[in-house]
Design a protein. Structure first.
Ligand SMILES: CC(C)(COP(=O)(O)OP(=O)(O)OC[C@H]1O[C@@H](n2cnc3c(N)ncnc32)[C@H](O)[C@@H]1OP(=O)(O)O)[C@@H](O)C(=O)NCCC(=O)NCCS
Length: 184
C-alpha cells in the first residue's frame, strides 16, 4: 500500500532499508534537533526493522520515497528512499497521534518534500485512521521544521521549557497541534 503526495510516496519500511536508516542516524546534521537516543550498529537497525510488528493503528512508520533525481518535479522516473514519517501513539478512543519526520538525504532538503510528506501523512491520519488531531513537539530553534508545520496548518499550543539539550544548552520546545479540518 502506498500513500501518495504530490511528489512523494509513502510506503512501509523493509529490512533492506537498514543501511540508509543507519547512515542517517549517524549524521549529526540530520540528527541535530532530534531525540535520537544512542546510535545503534547496523545489525541492530536491521534486526529492529525485521522484528518490529507490521504497521498497526498505534504505530504507522512510513518511508518517504522521492524522485531519484532531487530536481525532478513529477512522479515519473526512479524513486529513492529519502526519509521517514511516523504517526505513533494513536488509539481509536483517543483520536490523536504524534507525528515525527525527518529527511536523511540532505541533498533533498529545501525542495518542499517534507511539507508534501507531512501533508500526505496527516491526510492519511484524518481520512484512513479517522483521527481528530495530530500533535508533535519541535525545538524552538528548528526553523525549517517549524516552517513546514506552519505551512501545513499546525499551530503552537504551548511551550515546554528546557526539555532538549544540544551543545551544552538547554532549549525549549513548542507543542503543536493540527485538528481535523485544519490541514492546508
Ligand atoms: C526539517 C526538515 C524535515 C525539512 O525538510 P524539507 O524538505 O527541507 O522542508 P521543505 O522544503 O518542505 O520546507 C522547508 C521550509 O523551511 C524553510 N527553511 C529552511 N531552512 C531554514 C532556516 N534555517 N531558517 C528559516 N527557514 C528555513 C524553507 O525556506 C522552507 O520554507 P518555504 O517553503 O516557506 O520556503 C529537514 O530539514 C530535516 O529532516 N531535518 C533534520 C531532522 C529534523 O529536524 N526533523 C524535524 C524534527 S521536529
Amino acid at each position: 500500500m502506498f500513500v501518495t503526495g504530490e511528489r512523494v510516496r509513502l510506503r512501509a519500511m523493509e529490512p533492506e532499508d537498514a543501511e540508509a536508516l543507519w547512515r542517517w542516524n549517524h549524521d549529526p546534521e540530520v540528527m541535530r534537533w532530534m531525540d535520537a537516543g544512542y546510535a545503534q550498529p547496523l545489525a541492530r537497525v536491521r534486526a529492529w526493522l525485521q522484528e518490529r510488528p507490521r504497521n498497526g493503528y498505534d504505530d504507522v512508520l512510513f518511508g518517504i520515497e522521492a524522485p531519484a533525481d532531487p530536481g525532478a518535479g513529477g512522479a515519473g522516473g526512479g524513486r529513492r528512499l529519502v526519509g521517514l514519517v511516523r504517526l505513533s501513539g494513536a488509539a481509536p478512543e483517543i483520536g490523536c497521534a504524534d507525528l515525527d519526520i525527518y529527511l536523511g538525504e540532505k541533498e533533498y532538503w529545501g525542495r518542499g518534500l517534507a511539507t508534501d510528506a507531512v501533508r500526505a501523512a496527516c491526510r492519511y491520519g484524518f481520512e484512513a485512521m479517522r483521527l481528530h488531531k495530530v500533535t508533535l513537539t519541535v525545538v524552538v530553534e528548528n526553523e525549517a521544521a517549524l516552517s513546514v508545520y506552519r505551512k501545513v496548518g499546525f499551530v503552537e499550543e504551548g511551550r515546554l521549557r528546557e526539555v532538549f539539550r544540544r551543545d551544552g544548552r538547554w532549549l525549549d520546545k513548542y507543542t503543536m497541534g493540527l485538528l481535523e479540518g485544519e490541514l492546508k
